[in-house]
Design a protein around this ligand. Structure first.
Ligand code: 5GP
Ligand code: MG
Length: 178
């Protein structure tokens, strides 16, 4: 499909499945080389990363474990605004190599918060993998070890990413028409 419509919003084709999965091949290779013998625990952040996580995991050829978490928002104080907390992590990550698998890093606040909370649990090391990065949108310095694709700051859907809950199932990525 060249374009899609979700509710009243129009989106145009931006990245094909082939482009995305070639980029995933590349980082999967690097991760396999870098983390062999480390018995890593991959922590995939739902909902957005489900499709990326599945394609990435098929391509990483070393012994590893996979787990899933969500970042749930709650209202903080007036100064802190919405606070995001990791929810659903059942594994003990003490002393382990942990790999966070995210769909997209935009301002970087979500990833910073995740890193803060996971670091408090004393893993041996944390690596960050993201399918997409919007470098111009970053508002905080954040650790990023593997970035599959860098994109402009436009709003996108597909390949796990949603618009009001819809569009996550598209095998391509679409960007909003301006
Ligand atoms: P950050 O905290 O880095 O600003 O935002 C990260 C989260 O914002 C992502 O995990 C994702 O849920 C959402 N997000 C950021 N940019 C986009 C986008 O272009 N499309 C969609 N669907 N979600 C986005
Ligand atoms: Mg996400």
């Amino acid at each position: 499909m060249k374009s899609v419509k979700i509710k009243d919003k129009e989106f145009e084709l931006f990245l094909t499945q082939e482009t995305i999965e070639t980029a995933i091949d590349n980082i999967a290779q690097k991760i396999s080389d870098d983390l062999k013998d480390k018995n890593p625990l991959f922590i995939c952040v739902l909902n957005g990363s489900f499709m990326f996580a599945s394609e990435l995991m098929k391509r990483v050829s070393i012994p590893l474990e996979v787990s899933f978490v969500k970042m749930s928002s709650y209202d903080g104080t007036e100064s802190t605004g919405k606070i995001k907390e990791i929810c659903g992590l059942e594994e003990d990550i003490t002393g382990r190599t942990v790999v966070i698998v995210e769909d997209i890093v935009d301002t970087g606040y979500t990833m910073s918060r995740m890193l803060e909370q996971l670091t408090a649990q004393k893993p041996a090391e944390i690596k960050v993998v993201t399918l997409l990065l919007k470098p111009d949108a970053l508002k905080t310095k954040v650790q990023l070890d593997y970035v599959a694709l860098e994109i402009p700051s436009d709003f996108i859907v597909g390949y796990g990413l949603d618009c009001d809950g819809y569009g996550r199932n598209y095998p391509n990525i679409y960007k909003i028409k301006s």
